[in-house]
Design a protein around this ligand. Structure first.
Ligand SMILES: Nc1ncnc2c1ncn2[C@@H]1O[C@H](COP(=O)(O)OP(=O)(O)OP(=O)(O)O)[C@@H](O)[C@H]1O
Ligand SMILES: [Mg+2]
Length: 457
């Protein structure tokens, strides 16, 4: 047995537990400890502090102890690994026999994948056979949020759609930083046992439809002997969950929401095919705006759903707590002002710490909302708008709200274009719909209003 085998096994263990590969520092710790080096020596070789090495080591020992069901530490790491390696060849049990053959992920899933009776499991008829096929690749996903503020309602809805109603295409839409990626990560964690295959891909990494579908088919094809002709064949053969993040990158700027850039126009066909044709998998799309065909299909096809994400509400207190802000009685006002957007709150909390020593009361006593570093985030959204959408936003920035039946005289475009622009702004989550005397009434969130007002000066 050599250290490379151990590294590979621990790497797969970390991947299955955390959805990430070993970091360079964690690898350095394992290699160093294997060679009986002290933490100080590892730190010198790796050029980092001894405290960082210790922290990485403790996390690894905790995970290995839990996995092997015995206390693993620096002093017994090597002997524990060697013992398990010998045990593996004798015992022949799924977990141990595969421990050093790169299959730990598969077998760990098999241990935990019984699922609750209500959950649709991929493995009800022949657990051993199907569970052995489980494989989850979250290497392209970012880390999960810590602390993760509750999203109970959203998670319940999503689990209902995916597990109970077998919805084929679920789209999470919302402004940048609202928490789409974080929510999807949490969902995956909670439902992963129900899928044979899970794969997370970001548009940033697979910027063409061809590279994306080829990669997805390659991933799926590792789980069966015969190659299948198309992605949908794989999605029919296995229960797969595909998460496609940052879909907004496929859409044009300066046009209504969900209009593909010319080079991505084929995306629409694929999305439509996956929503309309029968298969047993689920595609989870994360985007700033809803693709047009999904919005249309949703109206006529019961296998498509969209969840528009709102702010965090009171659970966002955890973010402020973690940043060490004071004046707790003012936190609801701050959360409300920044619409519960976790990213905005994190950015503003940093400003409050830096400029106001953490005092939320002092911050709120200044003219608000203060935008600071939010400016560049909002610019990204603003630059995507069509001319008619910009005009409506500018108008809304200096008025209380807008009713559909009363198109302001300043707008020279037709009523039909007016409605299209409002619908598009709504699909981008940039305007909010309330009711005024029973009639829909569209308004801007305070932060967005301030941004657009600034722009118009
Ligand atoms: N429920 C949550 N609890 C705590 N922090 C959160 C939560 N949701 C999101 N965050 C934090 O807010 C930031 C933005 O979250 P996330 O990346 O999930 O947003 P997003 O909607 O995917 O944004 P984008 O569209 O720009 O990709 C991250 O720092 C994340 O850790
Ligand atoms: Mg994201």
């Amino acid at each position: 047995m050599d250290v490379q085998e151990v590294l590979q096994w621990v790497d797969e263990l970390v991947l299955s537990n955390k959805g990430k590969h070993l970091t360079n520092l964690q690898q350095a710790v394992l290699l160093g400890v294997w060679d009986s080096q002290r933490y100080k020596e590892i730190a010198q070789t790796y050029r980092c502090s001894e405290a960082n090495v210790k922290k990485a080591a403790i996390a690894l020992w905790d995970m290995l102890s839990e996995e092997l069901n015995e206390k693993v530490s620096k002093s017994n790491f090597r002997s524990a690994m060697e013992r398990y390696h010998i045990g593996a060849s004798i015992v022949g049990d799924c977990v141990h026999s595969n421990v050093f053959q790169g299959n730990i992920n598969v077998c760990r899933e098999s241990q935990t994948s019984a699922g609750t009776p209500n959950e649709r499991s991929p493995s009800t008829s022949n657990p051993d056979k199907v569970q052995a096929k489980q494989r989850h690749d979250l290497t392209d996903a970012p880390e999960r949020a810590h602390p993760f503020c509750e999203r109970t309602e959203e998670l319940t809805t999503l689990k209902q759609w995916v597990l109970e109603e077998n919805i084929r295409t679920v789209t999470l839409i919302g402004l940048s930083g609202i928490g789409k990626t974080s929510l999807a990560l949490e969902l995956v964690e909670q439902i992963k046992q129900n899928f044979d295959l899970i794969v997370w891909r970001s548009h940033q990494k697979f910027p063409t439809l061809e590279s994306l579908t080829t990669n997805l088919m390659e991933f799926c094809s590792q789980h069966q002997e015969t190659q299948l002709p198309s992605l949908i064949d794989y999605l029919s053969a296995h229960r797969c969950l595909i998460i496609l993040d940052d879909l907004q990158e496929t859409f044009s700027r300066g046009e209504l929401a969900g209009t593909y850039l010319p080079e991505y126009r084929h995306y629409g066909k694929l999305l439509k095919q996956l929503a309309v044709n029968p298969h047993k998998s689920c595609l989870l799309l994360l985007s700033w705006e809803n693709p047009i065909e999904i919005a249309t299909l949703e109206a006529e096809n019961r296998h498509c759903r969209t969840l528009q994400m709102n702010g965090l509400g009171n659970s966002a207190r955890e973010i402020l707590q973690e940043r060490g802000l004071t004046d707790e009685d003012k936190w609801p006002e701050l959360i409300d002002l920044y619409a519960g957007n976790p990213s905005w709150l994190k950015i503003i909390a940093t400003t409050i710490v830096q400029l106001f020593n953490g005092s939320v009361a002092q911050f709120l006593s200044c003219p608000t909302p203060f935008l600071g570093d939010l400016d560049s985030l909002l610019l990204e959204h603003y630059q995507r708008l069509s001319e008619s959408e910009k005009l409506i936003m500018l108008w809304l920035a200096s008025h209380l709200g807008l009713q559909l039946t009363r198109k302001p005289a300043e707008f020279t475009f037709s009523h039909s274009d007016f409605l299209k622009a409002i619908q598009s702004l709504s699909r981008r989550c940039l305007i909010e719909k309330t009711a005024e005397k029973g009639e829909p009434y569209f308004t801007l969130q305070a932060v967005i209003k301030e941004y657009v007002r600034d722009k118009s000066l």
